[in-house]
Design a protein around this ligand. Structure first.
Ligand code: GUN
Ligand code: ZN
Length: 435
């Protein structure tokens, strides 16, 4: 049995603070102790209370000036888009044609996919993200490369080969039958292996035929514990295109619904232009939404109505949506989400933002029995945030009077420089140079 302990400030969310009183939703110990046993959390509490219960010889890492939080959960990201991050001057449909589709074609090559998968996981871990729901490309080898890389790092990651059989360059399309065969083979090979999971991943309604969406629904129904992951209601031109392509559908969500793709294990990225009625249908289905504020701003998609989504009862989490999004940092996504709220007269509470970046993501991905907070028994995926990582952070952190204020100033001022260390199942998987 391996046991280790970490002394620092500790904070995690036990529930949604917009629905549960903060005293129950948050656990915070300014001087805390996290005990890890065989990769799982054995104890999370106040140092003074827990220290006397520890064996004298337990390895203890003291991290003064640091805050330990659960690893962040990125509910929507594209690993093949690392190299199109920060593209200038386009909105969604032009951006796909101009930047994204050319970059994704290179993933037919396994060596390229392997190399980018490593860069991608390095970036996630450096940003404090320990779990993600990721798009690959249409190529089966792209998914194999990412799964293999995540398995070797023991990372809890869910991903899928993209399904797209039309309205894309020839090098980026599959067919109904190859899409089915590749998806089935990938589920058999990777779903449930190590900490990996599979998501059936039709790109969006524009790039899949009726027959392919029907196939995706059949595969999802045959494997009820895999996720469904796609895009919905992101951009006005995209929405108009979907209406043209599916004239018989009642609306965009109905396109997916008709093919059995809207259920409790579905995650829809964006939903910027969802009405209350659509949010209500998503909530009734138990589906989740990934709010991707950086991407929505970069691609000019619009302002996600977080308050409305929450009022309608939809499970909502945060996604970086790299490369549409311009950062891997979920701390920065919390800050971008706040700014999007400001433009709509809504002050996003820092604890709610912290919940969105951790436990809500785990709930959306149905991995909250394993990760999302540091409750005893969960897998010990956590980050050590250095509150003095930069001179400005140090000054501001010293003046913060509450955890909410600390989290807020981190969401506005911090980035990967503040992530001193990232641990996966209690093992160090990233250390900032010098930390
Ligand atoms: N809709 C379809 N494909 C994509 C993509 O790669 N990124 C984003 N942001 N939206 C999409
Ligand atoms: Zn996306």
């Amino acid at each position: 049995m391996s046991r280790r302990a970490f002394r620092a400030a500790l904070a995690h969310m036990l529930d949604d603070p917009s629905r549960t009183p903060a005293a129950e939703a948050l656990a915070h110990h300014p001087d805390g102790l996290l005990v890890v046993e065989d990769g799982h959390v054995a104890a999370f509490g106040a140092f003074d209370e827990l220290a006397p219960t520890l064996p004298a010889d337990i390895p203890l890492t003291h991290l003064p000036g640091c805050l330990i939080t659960p690893g962040f959960v990125d509910a929507h990201v594209h690993y093949p888009q690392v190299d199109v991050i920060a593209a200038w001057g386009t909105q969604l449909l032009d951006w796909l044609e101009t930047h994204t589709f050319p970059a994704e074609q290179a993933f037919a090559d396994r060596a390229h996919a392997d190399a980018v998968a490593q860069v991608f996981l390095d970036q996630l871990l450096a940003s404090g993200t320990t779990s993600a729901l990721a798009f690959c490309t249409v190529h089966k080898v792209s998914a194999e490369a990412l799964f293999e890389a995540a398995l070797s790092r023991n990372m809890r990651l869910i991903a899928g080969k993209v399904l797209m059989d039309r309205h894309a360059p020839a090098g980026l399309t599959d067919t109904v039958e190859t899409g089915r065969a590749d998806t089935e083979a990938l589920i058999r090979a990777w779903h449930g292996r190590g900490r990996l999971g599979y998501a059936v991943t039709p790109r969006f309604a524009v790039t899949s035929s009726d027959a392919q969406l029907a196939m995706a629904g059949e595969v999802a129904a045959a494997h009820p514990d895999v996720l469904v992951h796609t895009h919905l209601l992101e951009n006005t031109q995209e929405i108009a295109r979907v209406a043209e392509l599916f004239p018989a559908a009642r609306d965009y969500l109905d396109v997916y619904d008709r093919f059995g793709l809207v259920g409790p294990r579905s995650v829809f990225a964006h939903c910027v232009h969802a009405s209350d009625e659509v949010f209500g249908r998503l909530a009734n289905a138990g589906a989740a939404v990934a709010f991707c504020p950086s991407s929505n701003l970069m691609l000019g998609s619009g302002l996600f109505p977080l308050r409305r989504a929450c009022a309608c009862g939809v499970t909502t989490a945060l996604g970086s949506d790299v490369g549409g999004g311009a950062s891997f940092s979920l701390l920065q996504m919390m800050g971008e989400a706040y700014k999007v709220g400001q433009l709509q007269g809504d002050n996003l509470d820092p604890l709610h933002a912290f919940y969105l970046a951790t436990l809500a993501g785990a709930r959306a991905l149905h991995i909250d029995d394993r990760v999302g907070n540091l409750a005893p028994g969960k897998e010990a995926d956590f980050v050590v945030i250095d509150l003095a990582a930069t001179p400005l952070l140090a000054r501001r952190a010293a003046r913060a009077r509450s955890l909410a204020e600390t989290l807020f100033m981190l969401s506005i001022l911090a980035d990967d420089r503040a992530i001193a260390r990232t641990y996966l199942m209690g093992e160090l998987s990233h250390a900032r140079p010098g930390a």
